[in-house]
Design a protein around this ligand. Structure first.
Ligand code: HEM
Length: 575
């Protein structure tokens, strides 16, 4: 590979490096081995042709020792070229890593010492959150995944710069995760155009957000009904068995997930009534969950893709199921447009139904773009809310004090039963909102937010080369003791006593469960509505307890994982 490799090129490049240098060394070696082997083979032949069939034993032993030494030399040369290739690759990688230096001191950027070739892969693979947490107070850390920098920013100014976009300097990557050389080149060739172009837009001026609110208001009854059914299902399960294990599912996420998947398919894509028969909710929820979990695991642990072959196969299968589901949903959306056009006349304005929001959000894109957006929306809307719901019920379950406060608030609003709850109450439910926000602070369901640097930049005093991906880990930002008091404690009061939007942290840029900036979550309002209704119904109608049996296996810290496995809840109806 030439020295003019693109800046910050990928691990593919590294692999190519290793292979090409190994190849460079191996080709002459193979030639040498071939010649040596030919020598060995030729000796008896030449002996025969030259009429030396009666050779003495001493001569023959001398001859065979010469042959052995040829083979030994060949093996030696192979080993030496392999070692040479390794050293060459390490040196090249070292040079690449050296670019990521502390801007002022010219020291290597903060982060654990990377191992040759593999970088921090082993630490990140086995103790992802624990490794990141060791550097929680660093403004930015650089970990290495082979020759790819894994830049994690964790300081307010840097977060503001990256998520705020810095006038187009940081954009959402067009592809997922690790990049190919071709993509890096494309980014760099476009960089001049991107340079001063502002690509930000005002989220409040975005028509799709207003349409979402319209959809929530018109579907309020449907959301309420769904939350009633969900808690009924949990209650039912606990009346048979103290733990919630319908169908022997080992965790509580499945019933919650199934209901919320069903609800959001209905709200967003209009999958209801007869249409619901076309989509098996149970199967859909399992597929989305399995693909989503694998997706998230790959985001936090890109090396899974290299090592874990069975999970790769499963992932491919799930992704192809998701694509076919996406196609079906696109068909359902297209049919809904045809129906509304037929009923309102061509060019008619669609009313504030679920589909109108989705169409507004999808905008004008081609068939593939639409499929991508539909699958993305499906994942974004169905993977996140169930996780938040389970953590929320779990955290409130054992906190009688907060339950009492929630009940008091609802009493004050005149909400005694779920049927009393109206859309207007939601804004006034400050304690409920604080509980949800604190849940999302401790256990943000979205593991990683990515942005790509379009030009070279200096971020928290670290040089970042164009094309690099910068990562924001909401969990890490939310646990930073520099910004949050008692960061590991569940204290909803911080969103009541201090600011409602960022609690006791100094700014909005430090509270990121929905991201921030122009590409912030498009459905946060719907998520908060669903969670508030669920919480309201739970405290009005149920007493419940929760215990967590299994300490999360992925990490040494029991509190670090986001997947609420091992939670057991039991519900009792209140009179
Ligand atoms: C608790 C629940 C949720 C959480 C924690 C969450 C979190 C997030 C985060 C962190 C992002 C990425 C933002 C970024 O890259 O800066 C995102 C994007 C997105 N979310 Fe959510 N989300 C939730 C629920 C929903 C729901 C219910 C919907 C559907 C209505 C939704 C729709 C979207 C969409 C469409 C995007 C992509 C926005 C864009 O690329 O411009 N999300 N979400």
């Amino acid at each position: 590979m030439s020295d003019k490799a693109p800046k910050g090129s990928s691990w593919y490049a590294t692999a190519t490096d290793v292979l090409s240098s190994a190849y460079d060394g191996i080709v002459p070696t193979l030639g040498y081995i071939k010649r040596s082997v030919e020598d060995v083979i030729q000796i008896p032949y030449s002996n025969v042709t030259e009429g030396h069939s009666n050779i003495t034993s001493s001569y023959s032993s001398l001859e065979s020792s010469t042959n052995y030494s040829n083979v030994t030399i060949a093996i030696g040369v192979v080993a030496a070229s392999a070692v040479g290739a390794g050293i060459y690759s390490c040196a090249k990688m070292y040079r690449r890593r050296n670019k990521y230096r502390h801007y002022k001191t010219n020291q290597l950027a903060p982060g654990p010492t990377p191992l040759p070739i593999v970088g921090n892969v082993l630490q990140l693979r086995t103790h992802y959150y624990e490794t990141l947490y060791r550097f929680v107070e660093q403004p930015a850390s650089v970990f290495w995944v082979m020759s790819d920098p894994f830049i994690v920013v964790n300081e307010e100014a840097a977060l503001r710069r990256v998520l705020g976009g810095a006038n187009g300097l940081y954009t959402k990557p067009k592809y997922f995760g690790y990049r190919s050389r071709a993509v890096t080149k494309a980014v760099q060739s476009e960089k001049k155009q991107v340079a001063l172009e502002s690509i930000q837009y005002d989220p409040n001026g975005d028509v799709s957000r207003a349409a979402l609110e319209g959809m929530i208001i018109s579907s309020f009854g449907t959301i309420k009904g769904s939350m009633v059914d969900l808690l009924h299902m949990l209650d039912d399960a606990s009346s048979h068995d103290i733990t919630i294990r319908p169908n022997n599912d080992p965790d509580t996420v499945n019933p919650v997930r199934r209901s919320i998947v069903g609800l959001n398919l209905n709200l967003l894509f209009g999958v209801k009534g007869e249409r619901a028969n076309e989509v098996d909710h149970r199967h859909v929820s399992e597929t989305i969950s399995s693909a989503g979990t694998e997706f998230a695991r790959r985001m936090v642990n890109p090396f899974k893709v290299l090592i874990d072959i069975p999970s790769n196969l499963r992932f491919l299968f799930d992704v192809s199921s998701l694509i076919s589901l996406g196609r079906r949903l696109c068909g359902i959306l297209d049919d809904s447009v045809k129906c509304s056009m037929a009923s309102e006349g061509h060019g008619g304005v669609r009313n504030a139904s679920g589909c109108s929001w989705v169409h507004a959000w999808i905008g004008k894109v081609g068939t593939i773009g639409k499929l991508g957006k539909v699958v993305g929306l499906l994942m974004a809307s169905t993977q996140t809310v169930p996780l938040a719901a389970v953590w929320m019920l779990h955290l409130v379950a054992n906190d009688e004090n907060i339950k009492a406060k929630l009940r008091e608030e609802l009493e004050d609003l005149g909400v005694h039963k779920i049927r009393d709850l109206r859309y207007e109450h939601l804004e006034k439910m400050e304690v409920a909102e604080a509980v949800i926000k604190e849940t999302l602070r401790l256990y943000p369901p979205f593991p990683l937010i990515q942005r790509q640097a379009q030009l070279d930049d200096v971020l928290a005093d670290i040089t970042v080369t164009a094309g690099s991906i910068v990562y924001v880990v909401p969990w890490l930002v939310h646990r930073n003791p520099k910004y949050w008091s008692n960061a590991h404690e569940f204290r909803p009061e911080r969103f009541l006593e201090e600011s409602r939007s960022h609690g006791d942290a100094p700014s909005d840029w430090l509270y990121l469960p929905f991201g921030r900036g122009s590409r912030m979550c498009a459905g946060s309002k719907l998520a908060l509505t669903e969670l508030k209704i669920l919480l309201c119904h739970a405290v009005c109608s149920y007493d419940w307890e929760s215990r967590k049996e299994i300490i999360l296996r992925d990490s040494k810290f029991p509190e670090l994982g986001m997947d609420p496995k091992g939670i057991r809840m039991s519900f009792r109806r209140r009179n």
